[in-house]
Design a protein around this ligand. Structure first.
Ligand code: MYA
Length: 219
């Protein structure tokens, strides 16, 4: 699902979006506190995959990590983070799998909309995103493309859900820097057709086409 950012959700959104009594300044402050924690955990994930330290050191680190988890769990929300918004129209989705500010599993991705309608994002995919040896997992490519295409379809003005997503894996994507580009191809009623690519520095590796739908309840 992609939601219009920067505008107050209207009535149709009420069932899936949660209004929060938090000023934009406070949301920004919290993000500044939590984003570095997610960055550190991302480093931890990468180090966990690649470390060659002794068995005893692995056990000692595990004990420290378990203690840190217990400290964070001392106070936490029920369930997932959800998508929230405030009276100023600021929206945030801290757990989102691709762009969640607090989600260390998210690469992360900074999605940019150009005035001409092109949506793009650059990121670095390391050891945690591997599928074939040294290559990006095909599902990770699909995940990132789905998100960027969903943001494209929403065009800041409507909520859309992924209906159908088609991927053509042109060649393998090496781990390292990647770029995603996406644009609306055409619209038919509530259906928004989006085309996108994933590319490494040598060119396109995945081509994608998607049908994103404004659900009946949001139309
Ligand atoms: C910062 C915070 C803000 C942003 C945070 C969030 C950003 C997140 C970004 C996340 C990005 C990631 C995004 C995600 O992860 S979105 C999550 C993954 N997607 C879903 O879960 C969607 C599940 N499905 C549904 O909810 C409904 O089935 C939808 C909404 C899709 C349609 O239900 P609805 O009841 O509305 O449909 P309708 O029956 O009236 O049909 C309407 C028209 O559509 C055509 N059609 C129907 N289904 C499909 C289909 N599957 N493919 C192609 N076409 C389809 C149908 O033929 C008809 O066409 P026509 O006959 O009129 O020509």
């Amino acid at each position: 699902m992609s939601a219009p950012a920067g505008e107050a959700p209207s009535s149709g959104y009420a069932s899936i979006f949660v209004e929060e009594d938090l000023s934009t300044a406070e949301v920004d402050r919290l993000e500044a506190v939590h984003r570095p924690l997610a960055d550190s955990v991302r480093e931890l994930v990468d180090a966990t995959i690649r470390t060659t330290v002794d068995d005893e050191e692995v056990a000692a680190v595990r004990a420290e990590v378990d203690a840190l988890v217990a400290r964070l769990r001392a106070r936490q929300i029920e369930g997932a983070a959800g998508v929230r918004y405030n009276a100023e129209g600021r929206t945030w989705s801290w757990g989102n799998a691709v762009v969640g500010e607090r989600n260390a599993l998210a690469p992360p991705l900074d999605v940019v909309r150009d005035p001409d309608g092109l949506v793009h994002a650059d990121t670095l995919l390391g050891a945690a995103y591997e599928g074939p040896p040294g290559m990006v997992h095909g599902g990770v490519g699909a995940l990132l493309l789905d998100h960027v295409m969903g943001v494209t379809a929403s065009a800041r003005k409507r909520v859309t859900f992924t209906g159908t997503l088609t991927m053509r894996y042109v060649r393998s994507t090496p781990l390292g820097p990647v770029r995603l580009e996406s644009r609306i191809d055409r619209e038919e009623g509530r259906k928004v057709f989006v085309v996108a690519t994933l590319a490494d520095p040598d060119g396109v590796t995945v081509e994608a086409e998607g049908v994103f739908i404004v659900p009946r309840w949001a139309a």
